[in-house]
Design a protein around this ligand. Structure first.
Ligand code: CA
Length: 229
């Protein structure tokens, strides 16, 4: 599954290099030349990750990072900072604003890809291609396949995304509104009961191997994916 990655970099050559490199790795790259433009893009669509240059004309990368972290809607977006300076103070300031990782220019495309992968794995596992398995239920994002105890199960595209998100965030309760944000996108207008419809379809698809019991309703709170009872 491709991650949507916002690249905020004012130098066109570096912007191009990073974006193309991310696209080659299978991701979708959104490009912004300034923090102001990036803020506008984030308002329209929440990316899975932001690659952010420190030195930008106008609003600095640090200020942009602070704003992301100050807003409830954007505070969870993973962030990789890029900088030309190797100073220890800068590194501290970057990490203090909530950057998940830090890369010093010049860096190789390979190094960037490795960092992106590591941060996504840690912070947004539903945006990676890693197969997940819980209690005999296995989901393979690369092959778009789900099996229960080795038996293939047929899921629609929305149920697949829903299951992928739930399996990578197990043992936590998500409200209908939160699931809408994560699976349908936070600016898409869908009624909350749509979630119930897809949860029902998902359970039905998991019934043949009795994995539907892993998708649990938490009264007046939402849903939880859990291997326990
Ligand atoms: Ca720059």
């Amino acid at each position: 599954m491709a991650a949507t990655i916002l690249v905020v970099e004012d130098e066109p050559a570096i912007q191009e290099l990073i974006s193309c490199n991310l696209e080659l790795a299978g991701h979708q790259a959104l490009r912004a030349e300034s923090a102001e433009q990036a803020l506008e893009m984030v308002r329209a669509e929440l990316p899975d990750l932001v690659v952010l240059d420190w030195m930008l004309p106008g609003m600095s990368g640090i200020e942009f990072a602070r704003r992301l972290r100050a807003d409830k809607r954007t505070q969870g977006v993973p962030l990789i900072m890029l900088t030309a300076r190797a100073g220890e103070q800068d590194k501290l300031a970057g990490l203090e604003t909530g950057a998940d990782d830090y890369l010093i220019k010049p860096f190789s495309p390979r190094e960037l890809n490795a960092r992106v992968k590591a941060v996504l794995r840690r912070r947004a596992p539903q945006a990676t291609d890693d197969a997940v398995e819980v209690a005999g239920l296995k989901l393979d994002p690369a092959g778009h396949r789900v099996t229960g105890n080795g038996t293939p199960l047929a899921l629609g595209p929305t149920e697949f995304r829903l299951l992928h998100f739930l399996m990578t965030h197990s043992e936590r309760v998500y409200s209908r509104a939160q699931l809408l944000d994560h699976i349908w996108g936070d600016h898409v207008f869908v009624e909350e009961r749509t979630v119930d419809v897809h949860i029902r379809r998902l359970r039905k698809a998991l019934e043949p191997t009795r994995h539907d019991r892993l998708v649990q309703t938490v009264r007046s709170a939402g849903y939880r994916f859990s291997a326990g009872t």
